[in-house]
Design a protein around this ligand. Structure first.
Ligand code: 4MI
Length: 401
């Protein structure tokens, strides 16, 4: 029978994409999976994996077949209880997703976010001026973390106290998309108090009257959402809005230090800054993977996937697929990097991408004015996470302009 044939001929891999070795250097493994076939069976977890650009893109676009409501991590919400109430936007399908997404699409539209530009640019200038005076700084703690932790909660309208809970919560969220391994257990060590703090910041009463959080509650007043749903969408802001940009800014700094001639090109032509961030997202994706779950049997490149099966989509491997990109392993700020899968695509494509771009543009415009070059003196240390790729520390002495 054709389906048996397909099942027998499915490519199989023993790779563990959540092992330390893989997370330290995923790229050779990405290549192996891309070359193994359009879809690969990862026998250690009993899941499918896709690493080619075409198949990743097609799966993200086909939300009817590759759903999100069973969770976008390894855990299948239909088989085991989720560690927190599911997100009503990330871990939801239409029609629920359509309604919640419409609200956040409006609040986070490029035009709406542009209102934040003056504030974000001023904060970037202040922070960068301070770091340049120091001469040497930690690209992670002093910049990639410090900046989003200031501007984003300010924009949402969260009070200043307790913000040290935001990174631990992000670590919980993004490690929880993987297996219950050592990284998951470490992230969950102080889960109770961190979750309590987060949830206490999600109510109408806790939010500033003029922030993005309160705009969600305005949608309740307009009849688009229930009050508890608004709180859950504020939780989505606090889940998705910090670590992603922290890792993204850190990876951007790393690329500029590692490829100094690319930094020089940006300094000489700041019009390249916007495209450079897209290239960072392509080349060192802060979000490496997401899962989907099949809603029915489906053929992928001649291989039959069953219903209710988990599919691991390697966004970062799609970003370096030689079928899609010229010189995929070369970091080139002048290339057209749009079409990378780091923001996803389709109905779940990153709703906050205008915020991410604004943060990076503000920071790198400020740096381009003041920093001739970064010097990577020591080896940067990685921070391992089941979903995110980035650094724990980036010691960066800098040469001021
Ligand atoms: C893509 S990162 C992310 C997005 C949404 C949520 C968490 C993480 C959420 O909780 O809605």
């Amino acid at each position: 029978m054709a389906s048996d044939q397909a099942t027998l001929s499915r490519p199989v891999s023993t790779i563990d994409p959540f092992s330390h070795a893989f997370l330290h250097d995923p790229y050779p493994h990405h290549e192996a999976m891309r070359e193994a076939g359009p879809v690969v069976w990862l026998e250690q977890y009993g899941i499918w994996a896709m690493a080619r650009h075409q198949e990743v893109r097609d799966s993200l676009t086909d939300w009817q077949t590759f759903c999100s409501s069973a969770g976008v991590g390894l855990s299948d919400f239909r088989k085991e209880p989720p560690w927190r109430p599911p997100s009503i936007i990330l871990e939801a399908d239409p029609p629920l997703h359509t309604r919640t997404r419409a609200v956040l699409t409006r609040i986070l539209s490029p035009a709406a976010i542009n209102v934040l530009r003056t504030t974000f640019e001023r904060e970037a200038e202040l922070l960068v001026a301070r770091l340049v005076e120091q001469r040497e700084f930690d690209g992670v703690a002093d910049l990639a973390e410090a900046y989003p932790l200031k501007v984003f909660p300010d924009a949402v309208g969260i009070s200043g106290d307790g913000r040290e809970n935001l990174l631990p919560y992000g670590s919980m969220v993004f490690n929880s998309f993987g297996p219950r391994n050592d990284l998951f257990n470490q992230a969950m060590a102080n889960a109770g108090p961190v979750r309590e703090w987060i949830m206490s910041k999600c109510s109408r009463a806790a939010l500033a009257p003029d922030g993005l959080g309160m705009l969600i509650f305005r949608a309740v007043d307009a009849g688009e959402l229930a009050e508890d749903e608004a709180g859950m969408l504020v939780r989505s802001f606090l889940s998705a809005g910090i670590d992603t940009t922290v890792y993204g800014l850190g990876n951007a700094l790393y690329c500029m230090a590692r490829y100094p001639e690319q930094w020089t090109a940006l300094r000489e032509n700041p019009a390249l800054i916007r495209g450079a961030f897209e290239e960072v997202l392509r080349f060192e994706a802060p979000v490496q993977t997401f899962f989907r779950t099949t809603t029915k049997a489906v053929d992928v490149g001649g291989v039959r996937l069953g219903e209710g099966e988990k599919v691991l989509l390697f966004l970062a491997a799609a970003n370096r697929d030689p079928r899609r990109w010229d010189r995929p392993d070369t970091f080139d700020v002048r290339r057209r990097a749009t079409g990378h899968m780091t923001f996803g695509t389709g109905i779940h494509g990153c709703v906050g991408q205008a915020v991410a771009r604004l943060e990076s543009e503000a920071i790198f415009a400020a740096l381009a004015k003041r920093v001739v070059s970064f010097e990577l003196t020591g080896e940067p240390r990685r921070r391992l996470n089941n979903t995110l790729r980035g650094f724990d520390t980036l010691p960066l002495p800098l040469v001021p302009a």
